[in-house]
Design a protein around this ligand. Structure first.
Ligand code: SAM
Length: 304
């Protein structure tokens, strides 16, 4: 900010161009150790100028007016404090949907986009599927399913009222109908206003151990809600709860699809098998990391 606000700076004199502003921002982000400085600077400048990345580079000499410079300086200052880029912009792209995100909600990750695509593929053969998303956060999974499968009856729950308000706003803006419920998945029973049976329960639950906090980047550790990140001392806690509720809420033959920490994939598989689920398998994401565990609630054995 100092360079931008002092004496002979071209920014203050109103002569700065798009290209100069971009270069200054990249240098400051790099100096502050922000990863992927160029991409971050481009996103923020495009947001402020209301232009595409191509336009940013197509008109490098275009001057930037004082109001836009001030707005850009605000965004840059937040990013320099290591606030997540998506909070600074106020949105994230998720499977073709633009979703509001901000403090109080996890920033949806690319691996969750992949998980949602896999769920959509698996639902292709189920007409009018009934789906429950547990720990919905911004509503990303539930909304993407509803967007791509308008015939689906989608329910989503979260313990966090802040997350649910953001999810509801996303649904309203996108014109997508999802049933939102405040619920604690760790409670003994699920709220009665979540009517089963479901064809599929999907969840990206909190799965970090508390001791992992020190290894997290500041964007995650200092800004994203702890309730969305940490499972507590038992990293399998949420999977135990999902296995228990699945027996009540899933149709016989209905499936669980859970995102997992790459370190605990095989433990989650063993847990679901021990809880009586069938066809339990671990899938790797596009980067080759174990990420998704599938499990099927057994159909009752016929007595004839
Ligand atoms: C890892 S985040 C996933 C958010 C979103 N589904 C996504 O993939 O971006 C986990 C979510 O679970 C919610 N959560 C945490 N504890 C919960 C509980 N006991 N019951 C229900 N939801 C819970 C958090 O508020 C958070 O939104």
């Amino acid at each position: 900010m100092l360079a931008i606000m002092t004496g002979n700076d071209p920014v203050e004199n109103g002569t700065i161009t798009q290209s100069e502003l971009l270069q200054q921002a990249i240098q400051r982000l790099e100096a502050a150790g922000v990863p992927d400085a160029r991409r971050n600077a481009e996103w923020m400048l495009c947001e402020v100028l209301g232009c595409s990345r191509a336009q940013l580079y197509a008109y490098p000499e275009r001057p930037v007016d004082a109001a836009r410079r001030a707005r850009f300086a605000e965004l840059l200052a937040r990013r320099l404090r290591r606030e997540p880029l998506q909070y600074v912009l106020g949105y994230v792209e998720f499977l073709g949907l633009r979703l509001e995100v901000g403090p109080g909600v996890l920033v949806p990750r690319p691996e969750t986009e992949w998980l949602t695509e896999r769920v959509l593929q698996e639902l292709q053969s189920t007409p009018g599927p009934r789906v429950l998303d547990v720990g919905t956060g911004s509503g990303c999974i539930a909304l993407a399913i509803k967007h791509h499968r308008s015939d689906a009856d989608v329910w989503a729950c979260d313990i966090s009222p802040e997350a649910l308000s953001i999810a509801r706003r996303n649904a309203e803006r996108l014109g997508l109908q999802v049933h939102w419920v405040e619920a604690d998945v760790l409670a003994d029973s699920f709220p009665e206003n979540v009517p089963g049976p479901f064809d599929l329960i999907v969840s990206n639950p909190p799965y970090l151990a508390l001791h992992e906090a020190d290894e997290l980047p500041p964007e995650v550790r200092d800004y994203e809600p702890p309730v969305a990140l940490y499972a507590g001392e038992d990293p399998l806690r949420f999977y135990r709860a999902l296995a228990r509720h699945g027996h009540v809420l899933l149709k016989p033959g209905g499936r669980l699809a859970c995102e997992v920490h790459a370190h605990y994939g095989t433990d989650v598989v063993a847990l679901f098998e021990a809880c009586g689920y069938e066809a339990v398998r671990l899938e790797c994401d596009l980067a080759g990391n174990p990420r998704l565990v599938w499990a099927r609630r057994p159909a009752p054995v016929s007595s004839s």
